[in-house]
Design a protein around this ligand. Sequence first.
Ligand code: KMH
Ligand code: ZN
Length: 272
Amino acid sequence: MEKLIITAAITGAELNKKLCPVLPTTPEEQGLASHESVEAGASIIHLHVRDDQGNPSQKLEHFQRSVDAIKKACKKTPVIQFSTGGAVGEAMEKRIASLALKPEMASFNLGTMNFGEEIFVNTFEDMRRLAEAFKKHQVVPEFEIYDAGHIDNLKKLIKEGWVQAPYHCQFVLGVPGAMSGDISGLIYLVEHLPKDSTWGVAGIGRFELPLAIHAMLMGGNVRVGLEDNIYYEKGKLASSNAQLISRIARIAKELGRDIASPEEARKQLNLP
Ligand code: KMH
Ligand code: ZN
C-alpha cells in the first residue's frame, strides 16, 4: 500500500466559535493549527478562510494572508488545498476566483445536493466553468464526492474532455442530504471510481473515525478535522485539529500504514 496521506480540514465554512470554541478562524490561528496538524501527520491542509469578523470569505486577500501565515508557521510546508466549495449559497464566480492565486490543489465539487436544510448548488454548467478555471490556472483538483451519482458526474466530465487523469477523489460521507457513512457505501464508491484514481474519505460527524479506519485498511487516504467533526468522542468536543489527526496517526502506525510527509504526498499525487 502507498503511504497514508492525511488531510486536515481545519476550519470549514459552516461552523463558528460558538459551536466550536477552538475553531481556527484567523490567519494566525490557522497557521498554528496547520503547524500542529502537520507535526501530527497531516500533509494536506484543506483551507477555508474567514474575513475580519470571522465570517466565511472567498476573497483573494483573505486566502493570501492565511497561506502566508500557514507557510510561516509550518516547518514542512503542507500542500495547501483551497476550497472552491465555500459556504453554502456562495456565488460560483466568487468560489472560482481564488484559483487565480494558483494553489497546489483545490476542491472540485461534483454535484448539486441537499446540505442539511440548505441546497449546495453545483450544476454541470458550474462544473464546466470550474474545470476551465482549474485548467487556466494549472491547479490540481480534488473531486469531492458526496453521493453515488457524483461519480457518474465525474465520468461525464471525463467523457466530455473537461478533466484529465489522475483523478484525486475525496468521498465526503455523512452530510445530511447525501450519502451516509455506511461502510457498504464506501466499498461501492471505491469499486466505481474511474481508472487512474486515488481516493480518500472524509466522514462527517460520528462517521469520521470508522470510515477513516476502514479507508486505512483498504489502501485509501483520510481526511479529518474540525470542518468535518467537532467531537473527539460522543459528547466530548475535540480540543484541536491536531488531537483528531494524532489519533489517526496512532491507528495508522498500529495498522502498519506509513504516513506520507508533504513531499511524499506531492509525489504520490503527481503534483507539479
Ligand atoms: N461548505 C460546504 C458547503 C469544499 O470545501 O469544497 C462545501 C465544502 C466543500 O466545504
Ligand atoms: Zn471544505
